[in-house]
Design a protein around this ligand. Structure first.
Ligand code: AMP
Length: 206
């Protein structure tokens, strides 16, 4: 099963590939790729396609992705969407679904600006208001330190939303033309939205 998420993924037994997480791992390891990506990310802009597409393809080549993957945050513009199509076509593969999570813009800002992430594992995610950890600043799951991403501050979030509208939103029509888009009303609790998302996935094997 190959899925693109435009806009939380669990229980699918396929890797969750987040280009944002890959960039952040490169930044914390101090790699040249991380150094290049950081200035774009801090400004709320997209990292150039040349760098991003190669990194995403590299990740999709890894053994754990052989039976499928969930792409989160990639593709993020038409160039990336077309490159992904070419990549998959070469391998005689197709996408199964593109999930478009619909949330009002003010809610997006609230969700992102309140987000707190564990330094040990970026899948341990809390929220200053909606999902408070038991002890402030400490991950309930592993005891790691919780932090706010630099680009989750409100002004950068607003910039990222602008970039979303101009660069990313057009890919929804691109995938609609391929009949792949499933729109999910994404207000409500994480568990509820996860349930809705899982129920909306086509029942096809990898
Ligand atoms: P995310 O973790 O998906 O919110 O991404 C954080 C930041 O990483 C974005 O604001 C971009 O600067 C960069 N980024 C992540 N994925 C992509 C992508 N597919 N194309 C370009 N930049 C990306």
């Amino acid at each position: 099963m190959r899925i693109v998420l435009v806009g939380p993924p669990k229980n699918l037994e396929i890797p969750h590939i987040s280009t944002g997480d890959l960039f952040r791992a490169n930044i914390s390891q101090g790699t040249p790729l991380g150094r290049e990506a950081k200035s774009y990310m801090d400004a709320g802009n997209l990292v150039p396609d040349s760098v991003t597409i190669a990194m995403a393809e590299d990740r999709m080549e890894q053994a754990d992705a052989a039976n499928g993957f969930l792409l989160d945050g990639f593709p993020r513009n038409l160039g990336q969407a077309k490159a992904l199509d070419e990549y998959l076509k070469d391998k005689h593969l197709t996408l199964d679904a593109v999930l478009d999570l619909e949330v009002p813009e003010d809610e997006v800002v609230k969700r992102i600006a309140g987000r707190r992430i564990c330094r040990n594992d970026s899948s341990h995610v809390f929220h200053a208001e909606y999902n408070k950890p038991k002890a402030e600043g400490v991950c309930d799951t592993c005891g790691g330190e919780l932090y706010q991403r630099d680009d989750d501050r409100e002004e950068t979030v607003r910039k990222r939303l602008e970039v979303y509208h101009t660069e990313t939103e057009p890919i929804i029509d691109y995938y609609k033309a391929q009949d792949l888009v499933v729109t999910i009303p994404a207000m409500g609790k994480v568990d509820e939205v996860t349930k809705r998302s899982m129920a909306a996935l086509p029942s096809r094997d990898a």
